[in-house]
Design a protein around this ligand. Structure first.
Ligand code: 13P
Length: 256
């Protein structure tokens, strides 16, 4: 399986800044066949960046998309409109769950809509600080995982990527803490167990599971070598070109 390095730019970079960053990144990237490099810019930047990108070197992801393909949904952008521009889409990011109040039902429909439009969903799941403190991590993970995958068939499962991002470890969260690799290993093995119970061993083992939450060049190696982890989802550090490239280099070394 490939190793994934996905940069989530969140609400940063205007179109010009995004284009300059991408230009510099493409210039410094060799063609890494075993590392899938993906960036998720703002929706506004996707069209120009899709013309600029070298898809042999890296891919684009949307940060979101709407679950209906067309209709009276003011302000939304559908996966059918994103089709052709992006290969991946983040769905159910904690900032959308907790700031924009998306629930598992909506996330489930978005995952199905992305697949219907040939876009690979990166389904983000993760417990909050209080769920962790009350010993509810396993329940939160199970609910979000099975909720998000509710409409995904056995055949489609391998097109879905799971990103485990404990909310308390995300750098924008107040008082964020670095997650200990041992703790992450436990949750990743739980995710794989739930996938195996639900879809069977053969389908489950084809699913890539990424880790996200304050990933930097200093800790990427430790996260990328956790058993069952196939990549990282990077926020803040992906905005700093040098750091993002360093993380890609670490992924390449781990993969080799
Ligand atoms: P940070 O890497 O800034 O903690 O963000 C993680 C994240 O939310 C990526 O989706």
């Amino acid at each position: 399986m490939k190793t994934y390095v996905v940069g989530n730019w969140k609400l940063n970079f205007n179109v010009g800044e995004a284009s300059i960053y991408l230009h510099k990144l493409l210039k410094s990237l060799p063609n890494y066949r075993d590392v899938e490099i993906v960036v998720a810019p703002s929706t506004l930047a996707l069209q120009p960046l899709s013309l600029q990108i070298d898809r042999h070197k890296m891919k684009l992801a949307a940060q979101n998309g709407f679950y209906r393909d067309y209709g009276a949904f003011t302000g939304e952008v559908s996966f059918s409109q994103l089709k052709g521009l992006v290969d991946y889409a983040l769905i159910g990011h904690s900032e959308r769950r907790y700031v924009l109040k998306e629930d598992d039902k909506m996330i489930q429909k978005k995952v199905a809509a992305a697949l219907r439009n040939k876009i690979k969903p990166i389904l983000c799941i993760g417990e909050t600080e209080s769920e962790r403190a009350f010993g509810e991590t396993a329940d939160a993970i199970r609910d979000q995982l099975l909720g998000g995958l509710g409409e995904v068939s056995d055949d489609d499962l391998e097109k879905v990527i799971i990103a485990y991002e404990p909310v308390w470890a995300i750098s924008s969260t107040k008082g964020a803490k670095m997650a200990a690799p041992d703790e992450i290993a436990g949750v990743v093995s739980l995710i794989r167990k739930i996938l195996t119970e639900t879809y069977g061993k053969e389908s489950a083992k084809k699913v890539a599971v990424l880790f996200g939450g304050s990933v930097t060049p200093a800790n990427a190696g430790a996260y990328l070598t956790i058993p069952g982890v196939n990549g990282v989802l990077v926020g803040g550090a992906s905005l700093i070109l040098r750091e993002f490239i360093d993380i890609i280099d670490i992924a390449k070394r781990v993969q080799a």
